[in-house]
Design a protein around this ligand. Structure first.
Ligand code: THU
Length: 138
């Protein structure tokens, strides 16, 4: 087994472990996520729902925010684990947040029954809004 695939397995396992901590009493859809920083560190997150439904936090953004709070802003891969039958892609808001730090991030998603899918973030979010679009304002 290559070092890269071992790292991918570690990342997947971290996402599933985080899924166990998901707080999702309203949707009952638990999601876990883990980002692999360029430093090799892994930081995980889970979805955190609220009685005010619209305040729900997605697992992916929780993981990225936790990583940034640790001083990590360069990422190689994100793993997503969910209870869906098919591997679930990140929502639009998460795509935009991920794109801020890693526009071509490798996105790996795993379902509860062992299926997986991989995408490049640049394919999931072409024409992302980015810093360069803010230039030239008065
Ligand atoms: N959710 C995530 O955590 N990540 C996604 O990319 C899609 C949706 C969460 C939000 C909410 O808690 C639940 O899944 C149902 O939408």
């Amino acid at each position: 087994m290559t070092d890269k695939s071992k790292e991918g397995d570690r990342l997947r396992d971290a996402a599933f472990a985080a899924m166990e901590n998901a707080y999702a009493p309203y949707s009952r859809f638990r999601v876990g996520s883990a980002v692999l920083a360029s430093s090799g560190e892994i930081v995980s997150g889970c979805n955190v729902e609220n009685a005010a439904y619209g305040e729900a936090l997605c697992a992916e953004r929780v993981a990225v925010a936790a990583a940034v709070a640790q001083g990590l802003t360069s990422f190689e891969e994100i793993a997503i684990a969910s209870e869906s039958e098919e591997p679930s892609p990140p929502c639009g808001s998460c795509r935009q947040t991920l794109s801020e730090f890693a526009p071509d991030l490798l996105v790996s998603s795993y379902s509860r029954n062992g299926k997986s899918a991989q995408w490049r973030l640049s394919d999931l979010l072409p024409e992302a809004f980015a810093l360069n679009h803010l230039r030239g304002r008065p």
